[in-house]
Design a protein around this ligand. Structure first.
Ligand SMILES: Cc1cc2nc3c(=O)[nH]c(=O)nc-3n(C[C@H](O)[C@H](O)[C@H](O)COP(=O)(O)O)c2cc1C
Length: 195
């Protein structure tokens, strides 16, 4: 089995990194092959320079590799902090460039770009792990928890992955070691549930 794991956090000491490590340990124990991309470490270029109709191929070999991995992954894992209710821009650019036409979604014959696309991804499960400094209840009540809709509906739902487990842990700032260990145990449990 093959897992694609994407991390967007500029700080190697971040809790996002710790969560990715915990998830990878479970996958390795279960014999998964893992393609792991730390987008900042990789220097990923997040700028999508063509519109939708030109966005089904790229001259950039790294983009082709990411797209091939996305299309063939059995399981997709995402790690990033909550930045203004959104993913960091580097992750947004990864979505723009890699969840592309004819890789992640497509239009059946006779359906135009105004129509409803179909999802093309093979993965049956996605896991999204976010860090935040806002308690979950306030994030939902004050801001509507935009990351929930972005990942579950706008991205994975549209691309055919209906099973999305999403956790937003926090407040991370000032959190105690015991609490962090509990969060990492939850990550491992979530991965084990679908791996
Ligand atoms: C540009 C930026 C925007 C942020 N926006 C939010 C926000 O909207 N809500 C929030 O709770 N925390 C926000 N934060 C705080 C981060 O979510 C927090 O530092 C992070 O989750 C800590 O976890 P980490 O160790 O994985 O980086 C923001 C941080 C930065 C740098």
């Amino acid at each position: 089995m093959f897992a694609l794991s994407i991390l967007a956090n500029p700080s190697p000491a971040s809790f996002s990194h710790a969560m990715a490590d915990a998830a990878h340990r479970v996958l390795s124990d279960r014999g998964y092959r893992i393609a792991f991309h730390d987008l900042y470490a990789e220097g990923f270029d997040p700028v999508q320079r063509t519109g939708e109709s030109g966005n089904n191929r790229s001259d950039d070999a790294l983009i082709e590799r990411h797209c091939a991995e996305l299309a063939s992954a059995d399981l997709i894992l995402i790690f990033h902090p909550n930045w203004w209710g959104q993913p960091p821009a580097i992750m947004k650019g990864w979505i723009d460039r890699v969840f592309r036409l004819d890789t992640a979604y497509g239009y059946p014959p006779g359906v135009s770009y105004q129509g409803v696309p179909v999802g093309l991804l093979k993965a049956r499960h996605a896991l999204v792990f976010n860090t935040s400094n806002t308690p979950a209840q306030r994030e939902a009540e004050a801001f509507g928890d935009p990351l929930e809709a972005i990942w579950k509906r706008c991205v994975f739902g549209l691309c055919g992955v209906d099973s999305v487990i999403r956790r937003m842990v926090g407040p991370v700032s000032g959190s105690e070691e015991r609490q962090r260990a509990q969060w990492l145990a939850q990550v491992a449990e979530d991965v084990a549930a679908v791996a």
